[in-house]
Design a protein around this ligand. Structure first.
Ligand code: ADP
Length: 224
């Protein structure tokens, strides 16, 4: 199972990414965590990117793409699955990440989109700020990150919708409910992703998952 997660800050990428990784026994590659780890260790890369993180700006594409190439090579050696969290964040990264993955025979099966509105996202990030003290969880930087998501990240969803791999989930509910819907949707897709030469499997009834598959529903496009 190879999954990209596309979601605004505060939607639950980290939580759900960890759940998916544990469920499918695949590596969870989170660009924000990798970058924050460099900052914490004060590596040369960490020193170079700290300002971008503190201001809620995107770090230069090449830095994250190099990190992601390395992580995908490791994921390939580890069995071939991954859940990628935090990239792509703009159209250039989407194209470049596709090229890297394609060259390695590791393109994504699913682009998982978590949707939530800005008021809820801001509420969650401010609640997290009280507990975690991330340098970018201040009201001004949160507003900047949400605006950047709407401007440069949300537009790439159409690209995955056109490729037929977009799965949208309403992330306004509790982490447990969102997690359950994600795993149900991914499990329902799993038979179609496995060896196509395998004997035909029982057809799945996906009608009740219309919204999870981004087909219909009030949540579709709500935060875009
Ligand atoms: P959030 O989605 O809550 O903003 P992340 O941990 O995914 O949290 O990202 C934190 C910060 O790391 C971003 O604001 C940005 O500065 C940097 N970052 C993470 N991923 C990327 C990426 N793909 N491209 C550029 N910058 C990134």
């Amino acid at each position: 199972m190879r999954i990209l997660m596309i979601a605004p800050p505060g939607a639950g990428k980290g939580t759900q990414g960890a759940l998916i990784a544990a469920h499918f026994s695949i590596p969870h590659i989170a660009t924000g965590d990798l970058l924050r780890d460099h900052v914490a260790r004060q590596t040369p890369l960490g020193q170079a990117v700290q300002g971008y993180l503190d201001r809620g700006e995107l770090v230069p594409d090449q830095i994250v793409l190099d990190m992601v190439r390395e992580a995908i090579v490791a994921a390939k050696a580890a069995g071939g699955g991954y859940v990628l969290d935090g990239i792509p964040r703009n159209m250039e990264q989407a194209r470049a990440a596709y090229e890297i993955a394609s060259e390695l025979g590791m393109t994504a099966d699913v682009a998982l989109h978590l949707q939530a509105d800005d008021a809820e996202l801001t509420r969650r990030l401010l609640a997290r700020a009280a507990l975690e003290h991330r340098s970018d969880d201040t009201p001004q930087v949160i507003a900047q990150r949400l605006a950047l998501y709407q401007q440069v990240t949300a537009p790439i969803l159409a690209w995955y919708r056109d490729r037929g791999i977009l799965v949208s989930v309403d992330a306004m509910r509790s982490a447990a409910e969102v997690g359950r819907e994600i795993l149900v949707a991914l499990e329902a897709m799993r038979p179609f992703l496995e060896d196509t030469s395998a004997p035909e499997r029982l057809p799945l009834d996906l009608t009740s998952l219309g919204e999870a598959f981004g087909a219909t529903g009030s949540a579709a496009g709500a935060s875009e």
